[in-house]
Design a protein around this ligand. Structure first.
Ligand code: UGA
Length: 352
């Protein structure tokens, strides 16, 4: 059987490096990465070789077009996904996600390639007090006023989903859209020691605070609810999509773990408890404090209070998440603690 040729655009980040590694180790697939840096791939692949193309999709359109033409399935993971960036640099978030993201869609339409596009749970926006899980084909996408820049990411990603869907109807684009819900695992973006560059997610802020003996900061009291999924479970969902090309064509799938819901204030307590029981050689026990959301993220921040995925649809292609919250945290905290020096170096390489 001939191998399927997979191209991962933005494949060198946290999720892409795990996906690429899993694909590379399967005889079914041959995988290539197109990205502007490769530090995490180097860590994930250890000393094994990988195919890497240094491509900036904002400027190297010809190279992008050529690479798409040579592969069977295109994953687009290129994105700026960090709430602090949404409020501090909304224009660059929109430019990369929307305008550069559209170039990938365009190339897939032109060359008639299958697109697996990374959307986001953020597309659903606010739960508005509803306890209903978000459903791909039923739930309304509800965001806030324009002055709250936080929603620029959600709305640009929503427009991409709509464009992909429209190309599916009008031009026969073969696509699957995935919406990850708060993925955590080894190689998740790392907070620099002594430097708050604002890129990562709550896990990384809390872990960094614990390692430095600093306070864990709860935004607006940490009342928001999130479900967390291990990156290995997410990658298995992506493999299930590749294994079910007919069923997954034209579908949008939530990828999350509804069993792993926790309030952020409780996440802080749980991570602190795991940290002090497992890594005693640290700088003392961190406090847990409350900070104002607008002050922490910047003007234009508004939170989404609950994000619960319905995963009934993706379960129809035989996938279910397996890793519980405690195991997910212990695994990721252990990895981050054990590899803290090289993760810091890799984060510095990405900036320089
Ligand atoms: C972010 C992205 O904006 C989404 O697009 C993406 O889909 C999502 O992560 C994801 O990982 O799937 P968010 O859920 O707000 O969305 O991610 P975090 O930055 O990890 O924040 C989670 C919650 O923790 C929020 O309520 C935030 O205010 C809070 N938080 C964050 C703290 O209380 N303290 C911190 O130090 C950081």
């Amino acid at each position: 059987m001939s191998q399927q040729k997979i191209l991962c655009i933005g494949g060198a980040g946290f999720i892409g490096s795990h996906l690429s590694h899993k694909l590379e180790n399967s005889e079914q697939f041959a995988v290539a990465q197109a990205d502007i840096w490769s530090a995490k791939l180097k860590i994930r692949f250890e000393n094994a070789p990988f195919e890497f193309h240094n491509v900036d999709i904002s400027s190297d359109v010809e190279m992008l077009d050529e690479l798409v033409s040579k592969h069977d399935v295109i994953f687009n993971l290129a994105s700026k996904a960090s709430p602090r960036l949404y409020v501090q640099d909304p224009v660059s978030v929109a430019k990369l996600n929307l305008f550069d993201g559209y170039k990938v869609i365009d190339a897939c339409v032109k060359h008639r390639k299958k697109l697996v596009h990374f959307s986001t749970s953020e597309v659903y926006g606010k739960a508005l007090g509803s306890a209903d899980p978000f459903r791909e084909d039923d739930t309304n996408c509800v965001t806030g006023p324009i002055k709250n820049h936080r929603w620029i990411y959600s709305t640009t990603k929503q427009l991409l989903d709509r464009l992909i869907y429209a190309h599916g109807r009008n031009d026969g684009l073969n696509f699957t859209i995935v919406r990850p819900f708060n993925v955590v695992g080894p190689l998740i973006d790392h907070v620099m020691m002594d430097e708050d560059d604002g890129a990562p997610r709550v896990f990384s802020y809390f872990m960094s605070a614990l390692m430095n003996g600093e306070p864990l900061r709860l935004v607006d009291g940490g009342k928001a609810l999130r479900t967390f999924i291990h990156v290995d479970d997410l990658v298995n969902a992506l493999i299930a999509i590749l294994d079910n090309p007919d069923k997954s064509n034209g579908q949008i799938y939530n990828i999350g773990n509804p069993q792993n819901e926790i309030m952020i204030a409780d996440l802080a307590i749980m991570m602190r408890e795991i940290f002090s029981s497992r890594f005693k050689a640290c700088n003392g026990v961190s406090d847990i404090v409350t900070v104002n959301g607008q002050e922490f993220y910047g003007e234009g921040f508004e939170d989404t209070e609950r994000r619960m995925p319905d995963i009934g649809k993706i379960s129809q292609i035989g996938w279910a998440p397996k890793i519980g919250l405690r195991e997910l945290l212990e695994d990721t905290m252990h990895y981050t603690w054990s590899n803290r020096h090289r993760l810091t170096q890799s984060a510095m390489d990405a900036i320089n």
